[in-house]
Design a binder for this molecule. Structure first.
Ligand SMILES: [Zn+2]
Length: 431
Protein backbone atom coordinates (compact mmCIF):
# COMPACT_ATOMS: atom_id res chain seq x y z
CA UNK A 1 0.00 0.00 0.00
CA UNK A 2 1.57 3.36 -1.00
CA UNK A 3 2.28 6.08 1.51
CA UNK A 4 -0.10 9.04 1.36
CA UNK A 5 0.59 12.52 2.68
CA UNK A 6 -2.27 14.95 3.24
CA UNK A 7 -0.42 18.26 3.12
CA UNK A 8 -1.60 21.43 4.78
CA UNK A 9 -5.12 20.39 5.76
CA UNK A 10 -7.20 22.00 8.47
CA UNK A 11 -7.65 19.04 10.81
CA UNK A 12 -10.92 19.15 12.75
CA UNK A 13 -10.80 16.31 15.28
CA UNK A 14 -13.37 16.54 18.09
CA UNK A 15 -11.96 13.50 19.93
CA UNK A 16 -8.67 15.30 20.59
CA UNK A 17 -10.09 18.82 20.48
CA UNK A 18 -7.65 19.71 17.71
CA UNK A 19 -8.46 22.31 15.08
CA UNK A 20 -5.24 23.28 13.34
CA UNK A 21 -3.43 23.16 10.00
CA UNK A 22 -1.22 20.09 9.80
CA UNK A 23 0.19 17.40 7.52
CA UNK A 24 -1.00 13.85 8.05
CA UNK A 25 1.09 10.93 6.80
CA UNK A 26 -0.52 7.54 6.28
CA UNK A 27 1.49 4.35 5.96
CA UNK A 28 0.24 0.76 5.86
CA UNK A 29 -3.30 1.76 6.76
CA UNK A 30 -2.18 3.64 9.83
CA UNK A 31 -1.56 7.28 10.65
CA UNK A 32 2.24 7.44 10.79
CA UNK A 33 3.05 11.09 11.35
CA UNK A 34 1.60 14.53 11.90
CA UNK A 35 2.76 18.13 12.11
CA UNK A 36 5.18 19.09 9.36
CA UNK A 37 6.08 15.98 7.43
CA UNK A 38 8.60 15.70 4.57
CA UNK A 39 7.44 13.36 1.85
CA UNK A 40 9.84 10.52 1.14
CA UNK A 41 10.14 8.99 -2.32
CA UNK A 42 7.11 7.09 -3.53
CA UNK A 43 4.70 9.01 -1.30
CA UNK A 44 1.45 10.18 -2.90
CA UNK A 45 1.09 13.82 -1.88
CA UNK A 46 -2.41 15.27 -1.63
CA UNK A 47 -2.44 19.04 -1.46
CA UNK A 48 -5.13 20.02 1.05
CA UNK A 49 -5.03 23.79 0.80
CA UNK A 50 -8.50 25.00 1.84
CA UNK A 51 -9.68 21.50 2.72
CA UNK A 52 -10.94 20.27 6.06
CA UNK A 53 -9.61 16.89 7.15
CA UNK A 54 -11.71 14.97 9.67
CA UNK A 55 -12.16 11.43 10.97
CA UNK A 56 -14.26 9.40 8.50
CA UNK A 57 -17.99 9.84 8.99
CA UNK A 58 -20.13 7.16 10.67
CA UNK A 59 -23.80 6.61 9.78
CA UNK A 60 -25.94 4.76 12.32
CA UNK A 61 -28.91 4.32 10.01
CA UNK A 62 -28.69 3.05 6.42
CA UNK A 63 -31.05 0.85 4.41
CA UNK A 64 -28.87 -1.08 1.97
CA UNK A 65 -31.86 -3.15 0.72
CA UNK A 66 -29.78 -6.29 0.15
CA UNK A 67 -30.86 -9.05 0.43
CA UNK A 68 -34.21 -8.71 -1.29
CA UNK A 69 -34.46 -5.40 -3.13
CA UNK A 70 -31.27 -5.24 -5.14
CA UNK A 71 -33.15 -3.17 -7.72
CA UNK A 72 -33.18 -0.30 -5.18
CA UNK A 73 -29.67 -0.68 -3.68
CA UNK A 74 -27.03 -3.29 -2.96
CA UNK A 75 -24.41 -3.50 -0.26
CA UNK A 76 -21.88 -2.50 -2.90
CA UNK A 77 -23.74 0.48 -4.40
CA UNK A 78 -24.73 1.70 -0.95
CA UNK A 79 -21.14 1.37 0.26
CA UNK A 80 -19.97 3.41 -2.73
CA UNK A 81 -22.57 6.10 -2.01
CA UNK A 82 -21.35 6.12 1.60
CA UNK A 83 -17.70 6.50 0.57
CA UNK A 84 -18.60 9.38 -1.75
CA UNK A 85 -20.43 10.98 1.15
CA UNK A 86 -17.33 10.74 3.35
CA UNK A 87 -18.51 7.77 5.45
CA UNK A 88 -16.07 5.05 6.48
CA UNK A 89 -18.50 3.07 8.64
CA UNK A 90 -22.23 2.51 8.66
CA UNK A 91 -24.97 0.44 10.24
CA UNK A 92 -27.02 -1.59 7.76
CA UNK A 93 -30.59 -1.71 9.00
CA UNK A 94 -32.19 -5.12 9.39
CA UNK A 95 -35.51 -4.74 7.52
CA UNK A 96 -34.30 -6.53 4.41
CA UNK A 97 -36.02 -9.48 2.73
CA UNK A 98 -35.46 -11.83 4.46
CA UNK A 99 -35.00 -9.69 7.56
CA UNK A 100 -31.70 -9.90 9.45
CA UNK A 101 -33.04 -11.95 12.36
CA UNK A 102 -30.52 -14.76 11.97
CA UNK A 103 -26.78 -15.20 11.79
CA UNK A 104 -26.97 -16.30 8.14
CA UNK A 105 -28.38 -12.97 6.89
CA UNK A 106 -26.00 -10.97 9.08
CA UNK A 107 -23.03 -12.94 7.77
CA UNK A 108 -24.20 -12.58 4.18
CA UNK A 109 -24.30 -8.77 4.53
CA UNK A 110 -20.83 -8.83 6.10
CA UNK A 111 -19.49 -10.96 3.27
CA UNK A 112 -20.92 -8.60 0.62
CA UNK A 113 -19.52 -5.58 2.45
CA UNK A 114 -16.07 -7.12 2.65
CA UNK A 115 -16.14 -7.87 -1.05
CA UNK A 116 -17.09 -4.24 -1.81
CA UNK A 117 -14.33 -3.06 0.54
CA UNK A 118 -15.46 0.57 0.53
CA UNK A 119 -16.39 1.08 4.18
CA UNK A 120 -17.08 -0.87 7.37
CA UNK A 121 -20.62 -2.22 7.38
CA UNK A 122 -22.11 -3.21 10.73
CA UNK A 123 -25.30 -5.18 10.13
CA UNK A 124 -27.99 -4.51 12.71
CA UNK A 125 -30.16 -7.47 13.65
CA UNK A 126 -33.86 -7.29 14.34
CA UNK A 127 -35.23 -7.21 17.89
CA UNK A 128 -38.07 -9.58 17.06
CA UNK A 129 -38.24 -12.66 14.86
CA UNK A 130 -39.40 -11.76 11.37
CA UNK A 131 -39.92 -8.21 12.70
CA UNK A 132 -43.33 -9.51 13.68
CA UNK A 133 -43.19 -7.95 17.15
CA UNK A 134 -44.08 -11.19 18.88
CA UNK A 135 -40.95 -13.02 20.02
CA UNK A 136 -37.31 -12.05 20.47
CA UNK A 137 -34.45 -12.97 18.16
CA UNK A 138 -31.42 -14.83 19.56
CA UNK A 139 -29.90 -11.64 20.92
CA UNK A 140 -27.10 -13.44 22.74
CA UNK A 141 -25.98 -15.48 19.75
CA UNK A 142 -26.14 -12.48 17.40
CA UNK A 143 -24.32 -10.20 19.85
CA UNK A 144 -21.73 -12.92 20.28
CA UNK A 145 -21.04 -12.78 16.55
CA UNK A 146 -20.41 -9.03 16.79
CA UNK A 147 -23.84 -7.45 16.28
CA UNK A 148 -23.85 -4.23 18.28
CA UNK A 149 -27.23 -2.79 17.40
CA UNK A 150 -30.66 -4.41 17.44
CA UNK A 151 -33.56 -2.69 15.73
CA UNK A 152 -36.91 -3.43 14.12
CA UNK A 153 -36.49 -0.10 12.31
CA UNK A 154 -39.20 0.50 9.78
CA UNK A 155 -41.49 -0.70 12.52
CA UNK A 156 -41.77 0.11 16.20
CA UNK A 157 -41.87 -2.61 18.86
CA UNK A 158 -45.45 -2.15 20.05
CA UNK A 159 -45.41 -4.47 23.06
CA UNK A 160 -43.67 -2.89 26.03
CA UNK A 161 -43.05 -6.22 27.77
CA UNK A 162 -41.15 -7.53 24.75
CA UNK A 163 -39.03 -4.40 24.52
CA UNK A 164 -38.28 -4.65 28.21
CA UNK A 165 -36.98 -8.20 27.71
CA UNK A 166 -34.94 -7.10 24.69
CA UNK A 167 -33.31 -4.33 26.72
CA UNK A 168 -32.45 -6.77 29.50
CA UNK A 169 -30.82 -9.26 27.11
CA UNK A 170 -29.03 -6.54 25.15
CA UNK A 171 -27.70 -5.07 28.39
CA UNK A 172 -26.02 -8.36 29.26
CA UNK A 173 -24.09 -8.16 25.97
CA UNK A 174 -23.56 -4.38 26.02
CA UNK A 175 -25.56 -4.07 22.80
CA UNK A 176 -27.82 -1.15 21.90
CA UNK A 177 -31.54 -1.31 21.30
CA UNK A 178 -32.37 1.18 18.54
CA UNK A 179 -36.03 2.11 18.43
CA UNK A 180 -38.11 3.48 15.57
CA UNK A 181 -40.59 5.38 17.75
CA UNK A 182 -44.07 5.18 16.26
CA UNK A 183 -47.28 4.22 18.01
CA UNK A 184 -49.02 2.40 15.18
CA UNK A 185 -52.65 3.22 15.96
CA UNK A 186 -51.89 6.95 16.10
CA UNK A 187 -49.81 6.92 12.93
CA UNK A 188 -52.09 4.70 10.87
CA UNK A 189 -53.04 6.16 7.49
CA UNK A 190 -50.99 9.32 8.06
CA UNK A 191 -49.19 10.82 5.05
CA UNK A 192 -47.40 13.80 6.59
CA UNK A 193 -47.06 15.78 9.82
CA UNK A 194 -50.43 16.56 11.37
CA UNK A 195 -50.78 20.31 11.52
CA UNK A 196 -51.77 23.40 9.59
CA UNK A 197 -50.20 22.27 6.32
CA UNK A 198 -51.77 18.80 6.38
CA UNK A 199 -55.22 20.40 6.61
CA UNK A 200 -54.41 22.84 3.79
CA UNK A 201 -53.12 20.01 1.57
CA UNK A 202 -55.96 17.71 2.55
CA UNK A 203 -53.65 14.88 3.58
CA UNK A 204 -54.18 12.76 6.71
CA UNK A 205 -51.59 13.59 9.34
CA UNK A 206 -49.36 11.81 11.83
CA UNK A 207 -49.39 13.70 15.13
CA UNK A 208 -46.11 14.30 16.95
CA UNK A 209 -47.64 12.34 19.81
CA UNK A 210 -47.32 9.14 17.75
CA UNK A 211 -43.56 9.45 18.28
CA UNK A 212 -43.54 11.05 21.71
CA UNK A 213 -45.64 8.42 23.51
CA UNK A 214 -43.12 5.77 22.44
CA UNK A 215 -40.11 7.94 23.35
CA UNK A 216 -41.63 8.40 26.81
CA UNK A 217 -42.44 4.70 27.19
CA UNK A 218 -39.00 3.57 26.03
CA UNK A 219 -37.26 5.99 28.37
CA UNK A 220 -39.23 4.49 31.24
CA UNK A 221 -38.21 0.99 30.13
CA UNK A 222 -34.58 2.07 29.87
CA UNK A 223 -34.80 3.39 33.40
CA UNK A 224 -36.40 0.14 34.54
CA UNK A 225 -33.82 -2.11 32.91
CA UNK A 226 -30.69 0.04 32.85
CA UNK A 227 -30.28 -1.02 29.22
CA UNK A 228 -28.78 1.10 26.47
CA UNK A 229 -31.47 2.78 24.38
CA UNK A 230 -30.88 4.58 21.11
CA UNK A 231 -33.73 6.58 19.59
CA UNK A 232 -33.77 6.68 15.79
CA UNK A 233 -34.62 9.71 13.65
CA UNK A 234 -36.26 12.01 16.22
CA UNK A 235 -38.64 14.41 14.54
CA UNK A 236 -40.51 16.44 17.15
CA UNK A 237 -39.79 19.16 19.69
CA UNK A 238 -41.54 17.11 22.37
CA UNK A 239 -39.22 14.15 21.79
CA UNK A 240 -36.16 16.38 22.12
CA UNK A 241 -37.46 17.69 25.45
CA UNK A 242 -38.09 14.16 26.77
CA UNK A 243 -34.55 13.10 25.88
CA UNK A 244 -33.11 16.27 27.35
CA UNK A 245 -34.75 15.54 30.70
CA UNK A 246 -33.67 11.89 30.63
CA UNK A 247 -30.08 12.94 30.07
CA UNK A 248 -30.21 15.40 32.95
CA UNK A 249 -31.29 12.41 35.02
CA UNK A 250 -28.18 10.56 33.83
CA UNK A 251 -29.86 7.83 31.81
CA UNK A 252 -27.91 5.94 29.14
CA UNK A 253 -29.97 7.10 26.20
CA UNK A 254 -28.70 8.40 22.87
CA UNK A 255 -30.54 9.86 19.90
CA UNK A 256 -30.11 10.66 16.25
CA UNK A 257 -31.67 13.11 13.79
CA UNK A 258 -31.64 13.06 9.99
CA UNK A 259 -30.40 15.82 7.68
CA UNK A 260 -33.89 16.12 6.15
CA UNK A 261 -35.55 16.70 9.52
CA UNK A 262 -32.90 19.32 10.28
CA UNK A 263 -33.26 21.12 6.95
CA UNK A 264 -36.90 20.90 5.83
CA UNK A 265 -40.38 21.67 7.18
CA UNK A 266 -43.89 20.46 6.37
CA UNK A 267 -44.43 23.65 4.38
CA UNK A 268 -42.00 22.20 1.80
CA UNK A 269 -44.56 19.46 1.01
CA UNK A 270 -46.84 21.97 -0.72
CA UNK A 271 -45.77 20.60 -4.12
CA UNK A 272 -46.72 17.02 -3.15
CA UNK A 273 -43.14 15.92 -3.91
CA UNK A 274 -43.09 12.25 -2.92
CA UNK A 275 -39.34 12.45 -2.25
CA UNK A 276 -40.27 14.52 0.80
CA UNK A 277 -42.59 11.80 2.06
CA UNK A 278 -40.58 10.18 4.85
CA UNK A 279 -41.26 8.34 8.09
CA UNK A 280 -41.34 9.96 10.61
CA UNK A 281 -42.70 12.89 8.61
CA UNK A 282 -40.92 16.19 8.21
CA UNK A 283 -42.55 18.36 10.85
CA UNK A 284 -43.16 22.05 11.59
CA UNK A 285 -40.61 24.87 11.69
CA UNK A 286 -40.80 24.82 15.50
CA UNK A 287 -39.95 21.12 15.53
CA UNK A 288 -37.05 21.65 13.11
CA UNK A 289 -35.72 24.45 15.29
CA UNK A 290 -35.95 22.26 18.41
CA UNK A 291 -34.07 19.46 16.62
CA UNK A 292 -31.35 21.94 15.65
CA UNK A 293 -31.09 23.23 19.20
CA UNK A 294 -31.03 19.67 20.56
CA UNK A 295 -28.21 18.73 18.21
CA UNK A 296 -26.26 21.86 19.11
CA UNK A 297 -26.50 21.32 22.87
CA UNK A 298 -25.76 17.57 22.76
CA UNK A 299 -29.25 16.32 23.63
CA UNK A 300 -29.13 14.65 20.21
CA UNK A 301 -25.87 12.77 19.78
CA UNK A 302 -25.69 11.99 16.08
CA UNK A 303 -26.78 12.90 12.60
CA UNK A 304 -27.84 9.71 10.78
CA UNK A 305 -29.15 9.64 7.23
CA UNK A 306 -31.94 7.02 7.30
CA UNK A 307 -30.79 6.50 3.69
CA UNK A 308 -33.87 4.80 2.18
CA UNK A 309 -33.57 4.08 -1.54
CA UNK A 310 -36.74 3.49 -3.58
CA UNK A 311 -37.34 2.69 -7.24
CA UNK A 312 -38.45 5.52 -9.51
CA UNK A 313 -41.76 3.82 -10.32
CA UNK A 314 -42.53 3.49 -6.60
CA UNK A 315 -41.93 7.18 -5.90
CA UNK A 316 -43.76 8.32 -9.05
CA UNK A 317 -47.11 7.17 -7.69
CA UNK A 318 -49.79 9.32 -6.09
CA UNK A 319 -48.59 10.82 -2.79
CA UNK A 320 -50.67 8.46 -0.65
CA UNK A 321 -49.38 5.40 -2.56
CA UNK A 322 -45.67 6.28 -2.57
CA UNK A 323 -43.42 4.56 -0.01
CA UNK A 324 -41.71 6.82 2.55
CA UNK A 325 -37.99 7.54 2.41
CA UNK A 326 -35.20 9.61 0.90
CA UNK A 327 -31.65 8.70 -0.01
CA UNK A 328 -29.09 10.63 2.02
CA UNK A 329 -25.56 9.25 2.05
CA UNK A 330 -24.21 11.48 -0.71
CA UNK A 331 -25.75 14.70 0.63
CA UNK A 332 -25.63 14.42 4.44
CA UNK A 333 -22.39 16.31 5.09
CA UNK A 334 -23.24 19.04 2.58
CA UNK A 335 -26.73 19.57 4.05
CA UNK A 336 -25.28 19.87 7.55
CA UNK A 337 -22.62 22.31 6.33
CA UNK A 338 -25.09 24.36 4.27
CA UNK A 339 -28.05 24.53 6.63
CA UNK A 340 -26.41 24.31 10.06
CA UNK A 341 -22.74 25.26 9.99
CA UNK A 342 -23.16 28.05 7.40
CA UNK A 343 -25.81 29.95 9.39
CA UNK A 344 -23.96 29.35 12.69
CA UNK A 345 -26.35 26.83 14.26
CA UNK A 346 -23.47 24.37 14.71
CA UNK A 347 -19.74 24.90 14.88
CA UNK A 348 -17.73 22.87 12.39
CA UNK A 349 -16.31 20.87 15.29
CA UNK A 350 -19.78 19.98 16.60
CA UNK A 351 -20.88 19.01 13.08
CA UNK A 352 -17.94 16.59 12.74
CA UNK A 353 -18.64 15.26 16.21
CA UNK A 354 -22.30 14.57 15.32
CA UNK A 355 -21.37 12.90 12.02
CA UNK A 356 -18.37 10.91 13.24
CA UNK A 357 -17.16 10.90 16.83
CA UNK A 358 -20.61 10.64 18.43
CA UNK A 359 -22.01 7.83 16.27
CA UNK A 360 -18.70 5.90 16.45
CA UNK A 361 -18.97 5.94 20.23
CA UNK A 362 -22.61 4.79 20.21
CA UNK A 363 -21.68 1.91 17.89
CA UNK A 364 -18.54 1.04 19.83
CA UNK A 365 -16.57 1.37 16.59
CA UNK A 366 -13.30 2.29 18.27
CA UNK A 367 -11.35 2.48 15.00
CA UNK A 368 -13.57 5.32 13.82
CA UNK A 369 -14.47 8.81 14.95
CA UNK A 370 -10.92 9.83 15.88
CA UNK A 371 -8.73 10.82 17.56
CA UNK A 372 -6.62 11.38 14.45
CA UNK A 373 -3.25 10.50 15.93
CA UNK A 374 -0.12 8.51 15.08
CA UNK A 375 -0.76 4.78 15.43
CA UNK A 376 -4.49 5.01 14.77
CA UNK A 377 -6.24 3.37 11.78
CA UNK A 378 -6.47 5.79 8.85
CA UNK A 379 -10.18 6.43 8.30
CA UNK A 380 -10.37 10.00 7.05
CA UNK A 381 -12.46 12.40 5.00
CA UNK A 382 -11.19 15.57 3.30
CA UNK A 383 -13.83 18.04 2.18
CA UNK A 384 -14.00 21.47 0.63
CA UNK A 385 -16.31 23.53 2.85
CA UNK A 386 -16.76 26.20 0.16
CA UNK A 387 -17.43 24.10 -2.95
CA UNK A 388 -20.96 24.59 -4.31
CA UNK A 389 -22.78 21.90 -6.25
CA UNK A 390 -26.30 21.03 -7.32
CA UNK A 391 -27.91 17.79 -6.13
CA UNK A 392 -28.84 15.85 -9.27
CA UNK A 393 -28.41 12.39 -10.77
CA UNK A 394 -26.37 10.41 -11.45
CA UNK A 395 -25.89 9.15 -7.90
CA UNK A 396 -23.68 6.28 -6.81
CA UNK A 397 -26.79 4.98 -5.07
CA UNK A 398 -28.90 2.78 -7.31
CA UNK A 399 -31.89 5.04 -6.48
CA UNK A 400 -32.41 8.76 -6.91
CA UNK A 401 -35.24 9.61 -4.52
CA UNK A 402 -33.47 12.51 -2.84
CA UNK A 403 -35.44 15.08 -0.85
CA UNK A 404 -32.77 17.58 -1.91
CA UNK A 405 -32.97 17.16 -5.70
CA UNK A 406 -32.25 20.44 -7.44
CA UNK A 407 -30.89 22.17 -4.34
CA UNK A 408 -27.55 23.96 -4.38
CA UNK A 409 -25.41 22.83 -1.45
CA UNK A 410 -22.13 24.18 -0.17
CA UNK A 411 -19.47 21.68 0.93
CA UNK A 412 -18.23 18.70 -1.00
CA UNK A 413 -16.31 15.52 -0.17
CA UNK A 414 -13.04 15.43 -2.12
CA UNK A 415 -11.18 12.43 -0.66
CA UNK A 416 -12.26 9.52 1.53
CA UNK A 417 -9.68 7.22 3.03
CA UNK A 418 -10.78 3.85 4.36
CA UNK A 419 -8.14 1.69 6.09
CA UNK A 420 -5.41 3.75 4.48
CA UNK A 421 -6.90 3.26 1.03
CA UNK A 422 -8.11 6.27 -0.99
CA UNK A 423 -11.52 4.90 -1.93
CA UNK A 424 -12.59 8.36 -3.10
CA UNK A 425 -10.01 10.59 -4.77
CA UNK A 426 -10.71 14.03 -6.28
CA UNK A 427 -14.43 13.45 -5.74
CA UNK A 428 -14.49 10.16 -7.63
CA UNK A 429 -14.95 6.62 -6.34
CA UNK A 430 -11.83 4.61 -7.12
CA UNK A 431 -13.70 1.33 -7.54
ZN1 LIG B 1 -37.24 4.19 11.00
Amino acid sequence: MPKVLFRGARLVDPASGRDAVTDVLVEDGTIAGMGEVTASRGTTVIECDGLVLAPGLVDLHVHLREPGREDKETVETGSRAAALGGFTALVAMANTDPVADSLSVVQEVRRLAQRAGLCDVHPAATITKGMAGESLTEIGELAGSGVRMFSDDGKCVQRARLLRMAMEYAKAFDAVIAEHCEEESLAEGGQMHEGYHSSVLGLPGVPSAAEEVVVARDLMLARLTGGRLHLCHLSSAGSVELVRRAKVEGMSVTAEVTPHHLALTDEDLTGYDTNLKVNPPIRSAEDRDALRAGLADGTIDAVATDHAPHAVEDKEQEFDQAPPGTIGLETALAVVLTDLVGPGVLTLERAVEALSTGPARILGAADHGGPVEAGRPAHLVAFDPEAEWVVEPPFASRSRNSAFLGRTLRGRVIHTMYRGDLVVHEGKAQR
